[in-house]
Design a protein around this ligand. Sequence first.
Ligand SMILES: Nc1ncnc2c1ncn2[C@@H]1O[C@H](COP(=O)(O)OP(=O)(O)OP(=O)(O)O)[C@@H](O)[C@H]1O
Length: 646
Amino acid sequence: MPLLKLPGDVLTRPERTLLPPGSLERPWHWLRSKLHRPAAIRRLGLRSQLPGIHRHAARLASLDVQVLAEERDGLRLALARQGVTPRLARHAFALVREVSRRELGMAHHDVQLLGGLAMLGGRIAEMHTGEGKTLTATLPAATAALAGIPVHVITVNDYLAARDAELMTPVYRALGLSVAAVVHEMPPHERRAAYAADVVYCTNKELVFDYLRDTQLLGRHRHPLQAHAARLVGELQDERLLLRGLHFAIVDEADSVMLDEARTPLILSGPAGKDALDIALLDQALALAAEFEEDTHFVRESGQIHLTERGRERLTERAQALGGGGWVGRSRREWLVQQALVARHHFQRDHHYLVRDGKVQIIDEHTGRVMADRSWEKGLQQMIERLEGCEPSDPNVTLARLTYQRFFRRYHHLSGMTGTAREVRGELWRTYRLRVVAIPPHRPSKRQHWPTISLARQADKWQWIATRVQEIAGQGRAVLVTTVNLADSEALSQRLAEAGIEHAMLNARQDAEEADTVARAGRRGAVTVATSMAGRGTDISLEEEVKRAGGLHVIVAGHHDASRVDRQIAGRCARQGDPGSVELVVCEEEALLDELTEWQRRMGQLPTRLKRAQRRREARHARERARLLEADWREDEQLGFSGKSE
Ligand SMILES: Nc1ncnc2c1ncn2[C@@H]1O[C@H](COP(=O)(O)OP(=O)(O)OP(=O)(O)O)[C@@H](O)[C@H]1O
């Protein structure tokens, strides 16, 4: 029985049809997810595959280029005929390992082979940060691609998609496979060409938007069978579609892509024309919101803003004075003012967005990167633009929307890898039916966790960090400091500049030089200040003398939304057996403290309280995702009768 096989009827089955669990099954799934434990390598029998791979690899190592190419062609034929059977998978892994050794000078370690096998079996490989997931992904990706299965390697940002595709190209090329990266700036014809490659590296956002564009194009032929029928009568030309279907996905940073980003659905929008938005009305709403006082007219709860009874009364009075227009209907006017309050009080410049070239550009809260060409919906974008004195952009209308939960479950074969999956394994199983396999590290980690420092004020924090940075960099080590947002990274940068400490910056405003900044960050005495942009995937290679002096020191200047992000940042140091250390610096004024009640503020030590606040925030985000998933399932059940999807 093959592990993977290209469906014979690939034209009619480019994606999996969703079968949501029935309402009686759901409590059972919930219970199973609570009891879920990471699958043991031993129980899955993964280790027993290693001797076979090594036997093949030893034989391949002695072959010359010509014979190796013949071997590859023979294997490709067998994989295409039989699918990826365990025997052929061992053979393919050995071939990929040998090719990587020749082309990149890196032969996959045993733990990478185990990670690759876990993914080939449709699981999530939890591999420690810095263990070499980029190289690991080549094993299942190339094996599936050799069998003729289109592969998507999905990651969190364009920088990583382009970097990983480029780094791994020699391996794929030597295996006779084509590889491409899809990045934001690409026009449709280049995207289409890229998706035609055997292995495609792309981000979750680009992929889902392209999928939505395709569903728009398919229109009433959205169901695979309808599309096939339309093709036969010439009503549908595949040349205009971008994707080749959803066959095999390897999701890098799986917890970030499949959970953190899954709180909000992706919305494909199109221009609505200037008239669709009444700018005067937005201005009135903003002016009204400026009169409203917190706790009297509105309250903030769990990241949302609600009008109080007094706020509603005030709005009714003011609406009568304004008269007519958008102010007549009660729910409409309340919604308008609520949006204006969100624009005024919730979204902060240099935290949630930045202003560049006269435009308001959203910063992705998970990756710390600018999301070019993305905008908030329903007038919120234009309200923020008015507040920032920018020219209001053209409004958009929603064309299609899709949740990540729904999208990823459409893949015939779904797998992933990450350094941080353990704490969300239940949710990964509940949502995607994906099991987590914990892979041991190649070498024991030498990372030292220094005690947490807690200070009273932000200013004390920056001062303390400046002193610490000077001390550690002076020892010939390299230092990376991460802050929770762009504004904080700039405040710290200013403090360092005042102290005469030379440093590089990596944040949403200084993103053009990313590869160079990362390349310099491991030099002797280098100091780098970054936001969570440096949190995932950033691989800082250290100079030999830096390793001898103690490696990279990471200072985490404040907790992030999820403890997984903190762990990812800590994972920038002590990679691949190098030495390294990490410490956390927190202070009373931190944003997460907003989450604490007065009673909690008075209780316990600051770090413990902050940790609790972080856990509450994580739980809230998990609840939001669960609600979205539940809504998705309900929608599926209702649509089931009319046979539609999406
Ligand atoms: N088998 C190998 N032999 C030698 N070096 C390796 C091997 N595998 C990976 N590396 C090196 O290890 C470093 C870390 O790799 P990579 O960035 O892919 O790790 P990662 O697991 O993706 O880390 P993160 O969790 O931070 O994303 C890279 O510099 C890579 O070249």
